[in-house]
Design a protein around this ligand. Structure first.
Ligand SMILES: Cc1cc2nc3c(=O)[nH]c(=O)nc-3n(C[C@H](O)[C@H](O)[C@H](O)COP(=O)(O)OP(=O)(O)OC[C@H]3O[C@@H](n4cnc5c(N)ncnc54)[C@H](O)[C@@H]3O)c2cc1C
Length: 199
């Protein structure tokens, strides 16, 4: 029996280790921290739960497939990610990309046109990524989305997020300040129930 040593009991090490163990390898995982989980392991302090990194599974398709193969998917209770967006200008929760957009349309009615232009562009990114992230892979869908992603990649490959944001919102405005640090779509693919969180 082949022996494999894995350094690090994060999501990567634990998943690889368990998948390999299923295939009959003898696995030893070394972890330097006092608990396994890496960035997916939060901690509790004074009655509160704190994240140490991962808030949700963005590549849930891959993670869930691996968990199913390992045999633990139905043993874990997942909770859909709900985010609260709070500032002096807006306060609301969103569970989906659609809700997230509405929150900004409601908070900034005078900027509706700019927001619409901006979201039209980010919608393209979200839509092109969806078959890959959500795992709803139909051959022509995937091919078409792959082509769209490739085109978007070529268009924005060398465009920093701040420059992208400046194209839609005037500098030093609240919306510019917000979107310059956070590109919707990346963490907002929850429409298909992909973003799940367990704790
Ligand atoms: C702030 C932050 C937010 C994030 N948010 C998200 C999110 O919302 N959704 C998402 O999908 N992804 C998110 N990510 C990314 C995600 O956390 C990582 O992709 C994932 O945790 C990587 O897993 P890993 O096993 O490769 O590494 P890690 O989770 O980093 O695990 C590595 C493990 O190896 C151990 N280790 C390191 N060196 C040694 C050594 N020499 N000997 C023994 N053990 C060692 C560490 O202690 C750790 O336990 C986020 C990351 C960060 C930093």
């Amino acid at each position: 029996m082949k022996k494999i040593v894995i350094i690090g009991a994060g999501l990567g090490g634990l998943t690889a280790g368990n998948l390999l163990a299923k295939k009959g390898y003898q696995i030893k995982i070394f972890e330097s921290h006092n608990a396994p989980g890496g960035y997916t392991a939060g901690f509790r302090c004074k009655g509160f739960y704190f994240e140490s990194g991962t808030l949700s599974f963005e590549s849930s398709n891959t993670i869930f497939k691996a968990m199913q193969e390992i045999g633990i998917l139905d043993k874990i209770e997942f909770v859909r990610q709900k985010s609260r967006w709070l500032s002096a200008y807006y306060d609301g929760t969103s569970e989906t990309y659609h809700e997230f957009k509405n929150l900004f349309y409601t908070a900034f009615p005078d900027e509706k046109l700019k927001l619409k232009r901006y979201f039209t562009e980010t919608d393209k990114m979200v839509q092109a990524m969806q078959p890959f992230v959500l795992g709803k892979k139909k051959f022509f869908n995937t091919l078409f989305s792959g082509y769209k992603l490739f085109r978007l990649f070529r268009r924005y490959n060398n465009v920093p997020i701040s420059e992208f944001t400046n194209r839609f919102f005037d500098k030093n405005t609240i919306l510019n300040q917000f979107f310059k640090y956070w590109l919707p779509g990346y963490g907002c693919l929850a429409d298909g129930g992909s973003n799940c969180h367990n704790f």
